[in-house]
Design a binder for this molecule. Structure first.
Ligand code: SF4
Ligand code: SF4
Length: 251
């Protein structure tokens, strides 16, 4: 089973219990205005171009025979300034698992487990399940927006040991305005998670005047009661990444 990822981060301290290795799945059905992982939005391989470093030499335009360069009409391997890179890697679950396990073995008993993040890992549920199977025996965590079909959500929480789920906004109209989707499915999946008996953490990104309002935070508190709840400060440093991917940061 193949899937598309855009990064693997080792020694992560904020993606579940302990020191973890986090796999970033590529593709997300939401479009949160504040998203700080624009490379996780689209499911396909993308070209990242660092315009600030480009000296206009034209070497990348000369043509090449690398199959991975063909979709972009530029050679990624000749740039003297290393301005061009592909973002996204299609990989077999068993191959990725072997790579991940090699890193984990080096950490020995200090290793906390693996986390599936994104993008939205449930956008590739079959791949997530295949990877979870390969990594059986390790502590597995999934970080999700909760925007997923009920069956996918159920199978993902069943296959993992710990769930980190976003509740961003309670008002469905505001949710659609700021993330591109209404939140009915997310709230239904939250109810499933609550009943599941699986340990979990609710997260809310604090976006000024969007999620970080008195009304919204009070409404989330009313919904989740005494659930573990982490409020994440707004990360405003994503603008450059959008530019390199030819996307517009709307914040
Ligand atoms: S090879 Fe690199 S520096 Fe030269 S034009 Fe292409 S991107 Fe710019
Ligand atoms: S759910 Fe996460 S990855 Fe998807 S758009 Fe929102 S912030 Fe970005």
């Amino acid at each position: 089973m193949k899937g598309m990822i855009f990064d693997v981060k080792e020694m992560s301290l904020h993606d579940g219990p302990g020191i973890r290795t986090t796999v970033f799945f590529k593709g997300c059905p939401l479009r949160c205005l504040w998203c700080h992982n624009p490379e996780g939005l689209s499911r396909g391989v993308e070209l990242s171009y660092n315009k600030a470093r480009c000296r206009g030499c034209g070497c990348c335009q000369a043509g090449c025979l690398h199959p991975e360069c063909a979709p972009f009409g530029k050679c990624m391997f000749v740039c003297p300034e290393n301005c061009l890179q592909t973002v996204g890697r299609e990989v077999e679950a068993s191959v990725l698992a072997r790579e991940l396990l090699t890193g984990a073995e080096l950490l020995g008993h200090t290793f906390g487990g693996f986390t599936f993040s994104g993008g939205e890992p449930l956008f590739q549920t079959e791949f997530l399940l295949a990877l979870a199977k390969e990594l059986r025996g390790y502590h597995l965590c999934v970080e999700t927006s909760g925007f997923a079909a009920r069956e996918d959500f159920l199978s993902a929480i069943e296959a993992t040991d710990y769930v980190i789920m976003d509740i961003k906004l309670i008002d469905p109209t505001l949710h659609k305005a700021y993330t591109g989707r209404e939140n009915g499915r997310i709230l239904e999946n939250y109810a499933i998670l609550r009943e599941s008996g699986k340990p979990y953490l609710i997260r809310t990104p604090l976006i000024p005047d969007m999620t970080d309002t008195e009304e919204n935070l009070a409404a989330i508190k009313e919904l989740i009661g005494d659930d573990p709840w982490e409020k994440l400060p707004y990360n405003s440093l994503a603008g450059a990444k959008y530019q390199m991917l030819g996307k517009t940061y709307q914040m």
